[in-house]
Ligand binder design. Structure first.
Ligand code: AMP
Length: 311
């Protein structure tokens, strides 16, 4: 029983109001795997260059994640991304994206990675996501992330892969851009007509919303007094969300499982943003995550009181 994740394994250069990092381990698949491995077994798929350090390979293997399908491309350079955050950390500008080894990547999964129960197609070219989807034909739950870049330049392939997954996870402005609908609920319901049964709208510091045919559920982000670096928060959320679903897959992807998955995603993402890069999640343990899940439940819970209201 494993989760297979394919997506970027990267070096990131990041500037936030709290500091600068010129080159730190990042990437969508990296952040996802670190989070999901708190809850379930993970296999990573993706290329790195021969500039990728052994210490970083060791980080990818945190909590036993399997890296047999992480290919070190001789003479290649690891994917590179550079971004800068505004003073309230809500705005982010991408300053550079170098696909490098992803430009000529043709995913060939080992049988063990193909045999996954749960597949996460992290943000990467939709054409590559399609190739991986085809190789993992029997996965019981497949979730997909993407971004505005691919909506702009690879829309047809993106629509094709969306039609072949169970869950689409996007930022809310990307859901609006993808559907051309200004209303988020209406945009999500359009997507529920394209194939997925679950849509998750990621809303940064405001949390996230879950939309299915029969349910709507929203959770705020975990209330932290200090956020240092939001890079990878979306992928870390996805790791907690998908990791929890994978851990419960035997009982089916029910509404209570999805709602709890939202809480696990939110809790693990809160550890990610407290430190730069992968530093916040690498050492996290399940008890610390569980504590924040319990806190979220307490914050969100209320009893309707029976009071007289004006007629
Ligand atoms: P998030 O903050 O969750 O949106 O994820 C940020 C991570 O995504 C960084 O670690 C980057 O390395 C990675 N990333 C940024 N742009 C891309 C892209 N175009 N394709 C794949 N991964 C990317």
């Amino acid at each position: 029983m494993t989760i297979t994740v394919v997506g970027s394994i990267a070096y990131d250069a990041v500037e936030t109001p709290f500091g600068v990092r010129e080159r730190m381990l990042g990437g969508a698949a990296t952040h996802f795997a670190l989070a999901a491995s708190v809850l379930h077994d993970v296999r990573l798929v993706g290329p790195v260059g021969d500039d990728f350090g052994d210490a970083d390979l060791a980080v990818l293997q945190t909590r036993g994640s399997n890296i047999d399908d992480v290919e070190r491309v001789a003479g290649g350079k690891t994917f590179f991304w550079k971004g800068k955050y505004g003073w309230d950390l809500n705005t982010r500008e991408t300053l550079d994206t170098q696909l490098n080894v992803f430009e000529h990547f043709a995913p060939k999964l080992s049988q063990a990675s193909r045999d996954c129960d749960v597949l996460f197609l992290a943000n990467i070219q939709p054409g590559l996501q399609l190739q991986v989807r085809e190789q993992c034909a029997q996965a019981q739950f497949v979730a997909l992330d993407s971004m505005n870049l691919w909506i702009d330049i690879a829309r047809d392939e993106l629509l094709e892969i969306i039609g072949r997954v169970d869950c689409l996870m996007l930022n809310d402005e990307e859901l609006r851009q993808l559907t051309g609908k200004p209303n988020l609920i209406s945009a999500a319901h359009d997507i529920l007509g394209w194939g997925p049964t679950v849509v998750v709208a990621k809303q940064g510091e405001y949390g996230s919303s879950l939309i299915t045919k029969d349910d709507f559920f929203a959770l705020p982000a975990y209330p932290l007094h200090e956020v240092i670096d939001p890079t990878g928060a979306g992928d870390t959320f996805a790791g907690g969300f998908v990791g929890f679903i994978a851990s419960q897959i035997g009982g089916g992807v029910t509404t209570p499982v999805l709602r709890n998955a939202m809480a696990y995603g939110t809790a693990i993402a809160s550890f990610n943003v407290e430190q730069f890069g992968t530093e916040g999640v690498v050492d996290v343990d399940v008890a610390a995550v569980r504590q924040r899940v319990d806190d979220l439940y307490a914050f969100a819970h209320f009893e309707p009181i029976d009071v007289a209201l004006r007629a």
